[in-house]
Design a protein around this ligand. Structure first.
Ligand code: KG4
Ligand code: ZN
Length: 332
């Protein structure tokens, strides 16, 4: 029998609650704080914590309602315990602990990155199985892993400076496009020429990534233009192409080197349409099966947390109620 688990995610600027049974997502509700942080051009931690406090009870109620379950139907509660903003994490984590204690339900703290890495299993009708090479690309992480089983991950490469999502957000700011930059650049780049500007593809021979030089190259290019406006779409497209080329090359190279037949791309940047398109065609050419969770499962969501929690609870492990949140938490 598959476990029915309530998941709670509050590591950054999304308050999310979900109910998952096995690989089935019964509900996955997300309250975005975009309107809270937008005018500051980035996430303000204290405001994030307060917004989580306001949203947590309504989100959990809605998740249960939409899943047509009550607290009595749950086999356990999972919450993100790190990495992320400490005040934000504490809201979801402490709520989950209190709810679990009050209902005498098993409780488990989940690593946010483990959630992203396993999000592909929640895709309806997916044929995904281990082993695979995972590319985890979000606002805080750019990392490739060799995943041979649940919890059996080996680190392959990681960013030495900015995360890919961070680079999208910073370049969007530079181009005067709003926040968060990823989705905006994705949209604007569709009208630009990806070859208009020759931006660097860094660390070609290494498994690691670096995006700070690319960001500087975009800044230098913009400074050289008398009028930025007519070139924004070309700059966005050329920048995006440079990021995508590096992500695709390094992920597929890692998969080939390890003899893996599948790659899974997850995290917020995995929602990028050019990355999905280029990874899909390059993987097909290499005889590798690409898996992309649908965009709602790529960005922060509680379904992935519930799923990982259910795997742990199903094998008999749980967390103590004195588990603390951790702003830095490695996956391996
Ligand atoms: O996984 P996520 O929701 O939160 C973190 O754990 O960081 O990722 C957020 C990041 C942001 O940097 C955002 O700009 C980026 O994902 N992102 C995208 C797209 N959608 C979100 N980047 C490129 N293209 C997109 N369509
Ligand atoms: Zn995330």
């Amino acid at each position: 029998m598959s476990l029915t688990v309530l998941g709670i995610e509050s590591s950054c600027d999304e308050t999310s609650a979900a109910v998952v049974r096995g690989r089935e997502v019964l509900s996955n509700v997300i309250a975005s704080q975009l309107d809270v942080h937008e005018r500051f051009g980035g996430v303000v931690p204290e405001l994030a914590s307060r917004a989580h406090l306001e949203a947590i009870v309504p989100m959990v109620r809605r998740a249960l309602q939409e899943a047509s379950v009550t607290l009595d139907d749950l086999d356990g509660i999972a919450a993100t315990c790190g990495p992320g903003l400490i005040g934000a994490l504490l809201v979801g984590l402490n709520f989950a602990k209190a709810l679990a204690a009050s209902r005498s339900l098993p409780f488990i703290g989940v690593n946010h990155l483990d959630g992203h890495l396993n999000a592909g299993f929640l895709e309806a009708g997916t044929s995904l199985e281990y082993p695979f090479v995972a590319l985890l690309v979000s606002g805080g992480h750019t990392h490739t892993y060799d995943a041979t089983g649940f919890g059996a991950y080996e680190s392959i490469g990681r960013t030495r400076d900015d995360a890919a999502g961070e680079a999208f957000d910073k370049v969007a700011k530079l181009l005067g496009l709003g926040y968060p930059g990823g989705p905006i650049i994705d949209r604007i780049a569709a009208n630009g020429d990806p070859n208009a500007f020759a931006f660097p593809r860094a660390m070609k021979k290494s498994d690691d990534f670096s995006f700070s030089g690319l960001k500087t190259a975009v800044r230098v290019a913009t400074n050289e233009l008398d009028d930025l406006q007519p070139h924004v779409a070309d700059l966005a497209a050329s920048f995006q192409e440079a990021v995508v080329d590096v992500l695709v090359d390094k992920t597929l190279r890692a998969a080939k080197k390890r003899g893996r037949e599948r790659v899974v791309v997850s995290g917020g940047v995995a929602a990028n349409s050019r990355l999905r398109e280029k990874m899909a065609s390059a993987a097909a050419e290499a005889g590798i099966e690409p898996h992309f969770p649908s965009p709602i499962l790529c960005t922060d969501n509680a379904a992935m947390i519930a799923y990982v929690g259910a795997q742990h609870l199903g094998s008999g492990s749980g967390s103590a109620l004195d588990l603390n949140a951790a702003s830095v938490l490695a996956l391996v």
